[in-house]
Design a protein around this ligand. Structure first.
Ligand code: AHM
Ligand code: MG
Length: 349
């Protein structure tokens, strides 16, 4: 066997920590099982008449798709049955579930936040979608109900995070804070196999991803930053390419592999940005930092934001290290000297 399966990889990683009881390993395996089931449904979506809207609206006021509901149920079930979680929160539910409150069983020590099917508005067009997950260890005493302190952990306290992309192939990419590894599903054997060991994001790229239809709403530094990308300068291969799928996992994954930057700033409609801190921005920020990149909100690193609410949103600027650093420079210039900054890009072309 020339390849290493996800299960084998997780077992080897766990053996490096003699005191580990295997709970996190089991949790990751539960996620991989749910991912395989969702992969199966996504791949036969058109055939199985599962496409289309489910009916009710979710807590964000967005229409739920059948596959959203299916994916949510599969991840919930797999994580509950694994017995290693005490709390589960999904984009599809207004409230997180304290498993001790709802089942009386203390469960494990892990709290999982997830977006079961990100980019689901793209499903009908056969565009890649994904699952994003974030894992924390509870800080309050085990065997008791969860405490406020458990919910006030910043992204830096994540013990693992990852995503699954259901694309031209299905991949699971994750980190436990020891680097980032990517696994591609071989459907013929039903296993995720290590295909992208020790992933690093190129420090610079020539791609930017943003929904530019919101341009009029963007802050001046964002406008200047985008203008910089479009200016001609062969020294750093400008103008850059604009690539926007509208599926965060797919846009992020492409930039992780090829280098680039993804930007979803505040807009008139989404004054705090559109993307959700706990199950979209934080898990991807943990991955990108582990892969040598950066993720910021424009005010602070994403991983330093103190959460206030399960579904809170944040502006997200994430990707190659030097591109995100350059963005921060644009923010700093704008703050120091708004008038000069507003015109200085003209001499940069
Ligand atoms: P969703 O979780 O409801 O699918 O929304 C999140 C999606 C992201 O995948 C994507 O990056 C973004 O919304 C696209 O938003 P927009 O259509 O405003 O560009
Ligand atoms: Mg989402």
């Amino acid at each position: 066997m020339a390849f290493q399966t996800l299960e084998q990889f997780i077992t080897v990683q766990q053996s490096r920590f003699p005191k580990a009881k295997g709970e996190l390993s089991r949790l990751l395996q539960a996620i991989s099982l749910a991912a395989k089931i969702v992969h199966r449904e996504v791949n036969k979506a058109g055939l199985a008449d599962i496409l289309g809207k489910y009916g009710p609206f979710n807590v964000q006021g967005e229409e739920q798709q059948k596959l959203d509901v299916f994916a949510d149920r599969e991840f919930m079930d797999a994580l509950k049955k694994g017995g290693d979680c005490c709390y589960l929160a999904s984009e599809e539910h207004e409230q997180g579930i304290d498993l001790m409150k709802s089942t009386g069983y203390a469960g494990g020590k892990y709290m999982v936040y997830f977006d079961p099917l990100d980019g689901s508005s793209n499903i009908d067009a056969n565009v890649p979608v994904g699952t994003i997950f974030s894992v924390y260890r509870r800080v309050s005493h085990e065997q008791s109900l969860l405490h406020e302190s458990d919910f006030l952990q910043t992204g830096r306290q994540q013990v693992a995070s990852g995503y699954v992309i259901y694309g031209s192939s299905t991949m699971l990419v994750y980190t436990t804070g020891q680097g980032v590894n990517g696994f591609t599903l071989d459907p013929s054997i039903g296993e995720f196999c290590l295909s992208h060991p020790n992933l690093f994001i190129p420090v610079w790229g020539t791609t930017y991803s943003v929904n530019e239809s919101n341009y009029q709403d963007f802050a001046p530094e964002i406008k200047r930053f985008l203008q910089y990308f479009k200016n001609n300068d062969e020294s750093d291969q400008r103008p850059f390419s604009s690539r926007y799928i509208g599926s965060l996992v797919a846009d992020f994954h492409r930039n992780l592999i090829q280098g680039g930057i993804f930007i979803y700033p505040a807009t008139r409609r989404y004054t705090e940005g559109k993307l959700r801190l706990m199950y979209e921005a934080n898990p991807l920020a943990f991955i990108v930092e582990q892969a040598g990149g950066l993720a910021v909100s424009g005010r602070e690193p994403i991983l330093d934001i103190l959460p206030q609410d399960l579904h809170q949103r944040t502006p997200l600027i994430i990707g190659s290290r030097d591109m995100v650093s350059l963005f921060e420079q644009f923010v700093a210039d704008q703050a120091l000297n708004p008038l000069d900054a507003a015109t200085s890009f003209l001499s940069e072309s």
